[in-house]
Design a protein around this ligand. Structure first.
Ligand code: XIL
Length: 366
């Protein structure tokens, strides 16, 4: 082959795969350099991230668009923020997240429609300040769910309909929330029915944490089984995935995925982070526990975190036929909701400078 012909072939090939420097070293090709979480996992499940509207600009936004193909609003779609007064919805933040997802062709999960936390106090009171009746509360829940779900019908493919309705204590079944106190367990089925009526195509989830705790898992299992058997439109269980360096075990994680999917439900990890502090309840401080003062991300934190993430993603990949999404709860260690409990945390795959941690490579090299 003459020199001219071989050059004609070599140039486009080098454009495709990278360039040889004079020292013969190959500079990583563009396509390789931009391979990101969502690409490594494209044959497995979408990879999402929880965001605030502020993150949709600048460096955070670049990282979001490069690495992820699904979004969840960290707070903007919760009842309190989006429905601060009975006659008043605040759409701006949620709309901006929905528009961003659409613009970048990302999937969007709705979070959430009914929760004991971040619920507006007006919801449970009448104008005199007395607790409302069950009928009034269910009507308000219906109005809320119908309005919010309809607004985002063309953006959101699935909703966390009820969040954290099961109690953590072994001896108590349902959480004694304002919803439960006023309505009994019925609010759960009703919430799913209202959501389904508002968007019959939406995939509807029950979402909770500590789903690998055998006793709590059993209660969740019994509840969703009962809902399914009663013909309530529930399609999935969200394992929040607020895990930590010592929780969950491989066996318990596998068991949770297996148990919920045995009911014909899809499983998602909806709020993944791996706290660098040991502890139950997603590494949150347990009352009375010593408040560690972190001086930075140490090797003693990094090693067990890498092991835990490797285990988790190994199990998730093995179960890809059951898992329909994995979402991280926040983008990088620069900001995480686990900060501010008397210590800084480092639970994510990107560091405080938004650079990939070693654990990132553990998760994508398989
Ligand atoms: C958290 C947010 O990250 C915080 O910003 C907010 O102050 C409290 O809620 N389970 C859930 C999420 O379902 O909605 C919570 O998000 C974390 C625990």
């Amino acid at each position: 082959m003459n020199t001219f012909k071989s050059l004609l072939i070599a140039i486009p090939i080098s454009l495709l795969f990278g360039f040889c420097t004079s020292s013969g070293r190959i500079i990583q090709s563009k396509s390789n350099a931009t391979k990101a979480l969502k690409d490594y996992y494209k044959d497995y499940f979408p990879i999402g991230v929880a965001v605030t509207p502020r993150m949709l600009h600048g460096e955070d936004s670049a990282l979001i668009v490069t690495q992820f193909n699904s979004l969840t609003a960290e707070n903007a779609m919760k009842m309190g923020p989006i429905h601060p007064r009975e006659s008043d919805y605040y759409w701006k933040d949620a709309d901006s997240i929905a528009a961003f997802a659409k613009k970048h062709s990302m999937r969007l999960r709705g979070h959430n429609l009914c929760w004991h936390a971040q619920a507006p106090s007006w919801m449970f009171k009448n104008e005199k300040g007395d607790t409302v009746s069950k009928e009034v509360l269910l009507q308000r829940l219906k109005d809320h769910i119908t309005t919010v779900v309809k607004r985002y019908k063309d953006y959101i493919y699935g909703w966390d309909v009820v969040n954290e309705a099961i109690d953590d204590r072994d001896s108590v079944f349902y959480r004694y929330s304002a919803w439960y106190k006023i309505c009994g367990e019925e609010f759960i089925a009703k919430a799913f029915e209202y959501a389904h009526a508002a968007d019959p195509k939406a995939v509807l989830f029950y979402n909770d944490y500590n789903t690998e705790n055998p006793k709590k898992r059993e209660k969740i299992y019994q509840m969703v089984k009962k809902l399914k058997e009663a013909g309530i439109p529930i399609h999935g269980v969200g394992l929040q995935g607020h895990w930590s360096i010592n929780n969950p075990s491989k066996e318990e994680l596998e068991k949770s995925i297996q148990m919920f999917s045995s009911l014909g439900l899809q499983v998602q990890v909806t709020e993944l982070d791996v706290s660098v502090y040991a502890g139950r309840q997603g590494g949150q401080l347990i009352q009375g526990q010593r408040r560690d003062t972190a001086t930075g991300f140490t090797a003693a934190m990094e090693e067990p975190q890498r092991e835990k993430y490797k285990m988790i993603f190994g199990i998730l990949r093995q179960n890809k036929n059951k898992i329909t999404g994995v979402t991280f709860w926040n983008l990088s260690d620069r900001y995480t909701w686990l900060d501010g409990r008397g210590r800084k945390n480092y639970p994510l795959l990107f560091d405080v400078n938004r650079k990939s941690k070693k654990v990132y490579w553990d998760v994508v090299n398989f």
